[in-house]
Write a protein that binds this ligand. Structure first.
Ligand SMILES: *Cc1c(COP(=O)(O)O)cnc(C)c1O
Length: 382
């Protein structure tokens, strides 16, 4: 049997935690009821399980369960948020502010909304991946509906100052939408403290199953209005129709529960592994860190190796370990990272850049192996 290579791509997706899988299994063929079939015990059983999961997921981000809408993942949540806000607040205005380093799910949705008369301002990025808060405030117009800025960047791990952004949004009466897909489960996300109005995140980035996500929609101060994008039976309080993915939601709930318990220990451990990894790799290869070194997710390391043929290096590296280059999220096209481009890296530097993302099952042994393998491979490509 072929040995599995070490996995350093936790920001792309995570394995389902064994405990999560066990929690999900009964909901496929035994407790298979439709959570909307509340008249009989099958439906009630499913509905109870969904309620429990909704509570668990709301505990992860400190909101009330009724503020959560279950979706098929962060991409759908982002589409529901941006399209739903654009439709609900069309009388207030037709302008959205976002940033060049956002995920394609946000940028492409904003671009698509342009066809419907919603314009967007795309904030530039500083070389360390941060945004300029003055530029943000200056971009606000009377017709601005929302600011869409992510919590943590998926490629570099760079954290944005969400409390400062929400203060600016509040001051100008603009809503703050946040893509927290990389933050939820990795660092404390607290909606009371953070002041976010609407927030997307996903189960498969926090050791739950794929095909399940959530959108938090603030219920008061202010109550966020959202036009549903998928119509039908009126599920999820008329915000997202369609029979609920009960096993997925149960798994998402269990995954959230485990993240709450292990958040501190998991993040301290990945932070330690990352620090050791970066120190050794940068020392051995002359690689530099992309993104503000101190304002980053604990698990994410995006390094530029400054090699003449970066693509060949990344291909060789991926025979030895699972890592990501540029944008793994744009499936079909192998286009260069728009995030690193926005940060001012040139094409050669972008091709020489690799994202290593660690997680719950990363081991010291794997990191030591990686340090060694990267050193050898980089030397071959010098
Ligand atoms: C993975 C990711 C998404 C997309 O999430 P899916 O659940 O896979 O649709 C969106 N935004 C960020 C920041 C991500 O990392």
């Amino acid at each position: 049997m072929k040995l599995r290579i070490p996995y350093f791509d936790y920001n792309a997706t995570t394995p389902v935690d064994e405990e999560v899988l066990q929690a999900m299994l009964p909901y496929f063929s035994q407790s298979f009821g439709n959570a909307s079939s509340y008249l009989h015990s099958y439906g009630k059983e499913a509905a109870y399980a969904v309620d429990a999961a909704r509570s668990a997921v709301s505990n992860l981000i400190n909101c009330v369960p009724e503020e959560l809408v279950f979706t098929s993942g962060a991409t759908e949540s982002i589409n529901l948020a941006l399209r739903g806000l654009a439709e609900s607040y069309v009388k207030k205005g037709q302008h959205i502010i976002t940033a060049a380093t956002e995920h394609k799910a946000v940028l492409d949705t904003c671009a698509s909304l342009t066809k419907k008369g919603i314009s967007s301002t795309i904030l530039s990025s500083n070389s360390d991946g941060s945004i300029d808060l003055q530029e943000l405030e200056d971009a606000i117009q009377p017709s601005t509906i929302a600011i869409a800025i992510m919590y943590a960047n998926n490629e570099t791990g760079v954290l944005h100052p969400v409390s400062a952004i929400s203060a600016i949004a509040r001051k100008h009466g603009v809503l703050f939408f946040c893509d927290a897909t990389q933050a939820a489960g990795k660092i404390p996300v607290d909606l009371i403290r953070d002041g976010i109005d609407i927030m997307a995140f996903s189960s498969h980035k926090l050791y739950g199953p794929k095909g399940c996500g959530a959108l938090y929609v603030r219920r008061k101060d202010p109550r966020v209005k959202l036009t549903e994008q998928i119509t039908g039976g009126g599920h999820e309080s008329n915000r997202r129709s369609g029979t609920l993915n009960v096993p997925g939601i149960v798994g998402f709930g269990k995954a959230a529960e485990i993240c709450i318990k292990q958040l501190v220990s998991d993040s301290e451990r990945t932070q330690r592994l990352k620090a050791k990894f970066e120190e050794a790799v940068c020392q051995a290869t002359g690689a530099t860190i992309n993104g503000n070194p101190s304002l980053r997710l604990p698990n994410t390391s995006n390094l530029c190796f400054h090699l003449p043929n970066g693509s060949a290096f990344v291909n060789d590296l991926n025979k030895l370990m699972a890592v990501s280059s540029g944008s793994a999220c744009s499936t079909a096209k192998a286009e260069a990272s728009h995030v690193l481009d926005a940060m001012g890296l040139n094409q050669s530097q972008i091709k020489s850049s690799v994202r290593f993302s660690f997680g719950r099952y990363s081991t010291e042994e794997e990191v030591l192996y990686a340090i060694d393998a990267i050193g050898t491979t980089a030397a071959q490509h010098r």
